[in-house]
Design a protein around this ligand. Structure first.
Ligand SMILES: Nc1ncnc2c1ncn2[C@@H]1O[C@H](COP(=O)(O)OP(=O)(O)OP(=O)(O)O)[C@@H](O)[C@H]1O
Length: 260
């Protein structure tokens, strides 16, 4: 039986006069691998920020493993960990890889330094970056930097009763990467699900065809604040849904209107 980890119910969000999300219903169940796709500016990153508690909806309800979230995460704790891996790696250039990955633990936990370093090394190993801990971000490729930020997203304090994040949210994890670096990242995203110290489900926002096909089981198409398609990745080439057909063909003819 499916276990809902994140439920958005009738979620709406506007920025100023611009409605971005319009009564969106979306459930992320344990074990799911979801891609949210759609044209630029359609609210995909906004959904991720709402899911992880960085942004509050204007209307609607959010349930985290069945518990209603009342406030932003600065004020309240969810019953499970939800981590957002930002599009930009956003590393501190003056800190080593090790210090970047362990940043939160070095600052907030009571763990001795050698234990934090051990955890950091475990996480670096999981993202294929063993042995890079003493390097600085500037010495790494763009793909490697993105994987450092992934390691940082999955590191947790062993004393945290929630353990490692149950849900990982990836905002364009392969944007700007060459095809091989993309494949490496896509494989890691897949492998982390179900792995001890990995995650129980993930949501990827992406424009990359390979990332949609290689990381997702379920694909959600968002346009003008609404979900227009929610189906299996195996059906994306055969569905006659007009939004999906136009999106994947790159045609300018169809229901999707892009300004400019
Ligand atoms: N904090 C904010 N204040 C004002 N407008 C915002 C804010 N955040 C996002 N927006 C606007 O909301 C819309 C949706 O943004 P969002 O980043 O969610 O889209 P997206 O689908 O992820 O786009 P892309 O594919 O280009 O990354 C955009 O028009 C954006 O400019």
């Amino acid at each position: 039986m499916s276990e809902p980890l994140i439920e958005l119910k009738g979620v709406s969000k506007s920025f100023g006069q611009n409605p971005i999300l319009d009564r969106v219903d979306l459930t992320v169940n344990r074990g799911e691998a979801i891609a949210i796709i759609g044209p630029s500016g359609t609210g995909k990153s906004t959904i991720l920020r709402i899911m992880c508690g960085l942004l509050a909806p204007d209307e609607g309800e959010i349930y985290i493993r069945g518990q209603k979230r009342e406030r932003l995460l600065e004020d309240a704790e969810d019953p499970i960990g939800i981590s957002l891996v930002f599009q930009q790696a956003a590393l501190f250039d003056s800190l080593t890889v090790e210090e970047n990955v362990g940043f939160a633990l070095f600052r907030r936990s009571k763990l001795p330094r050698h234990e934090i370093c051990e955890l950091v090394n475990q996480k670096l190993d999981m993202v294929g970056l063993a042995g890079t801990g003493k390097r600085y971000p500037a010495e790494l490729s763009g793909g490697m930097r993105k994987r450092v930020s992934l390691a940082r997203a999955i590191i947790t304090d062993p004393d945290d009763p929630r353990g490692s994040p149950e849900v990982l949210l990836y905002d364009e994890p392969t944007a700007g990467l060459d095809p091989i670096a993309s494949t490496i990242t896509e494989d890691i995203i897949r492998q982390l699900k179900g792995l001890k110290g990995g995650c129980g489900a993930y949501v990827v926002v992406t424009h990359q065809d390979s990332t949609i096909r290689r990381t997702a089981d379920r694909v959600i198409f968002l346009y003008q604040g609404k979900i227009h398609w929610d189906g299996s990745v195996h059906d994306i080439d055969t569905t006659d849904n007009p939004w999906l057909r136009q999106f994947f063909s790159g045609s300018v003819e169809g229901p999707i209107h892009i300004a400019g």
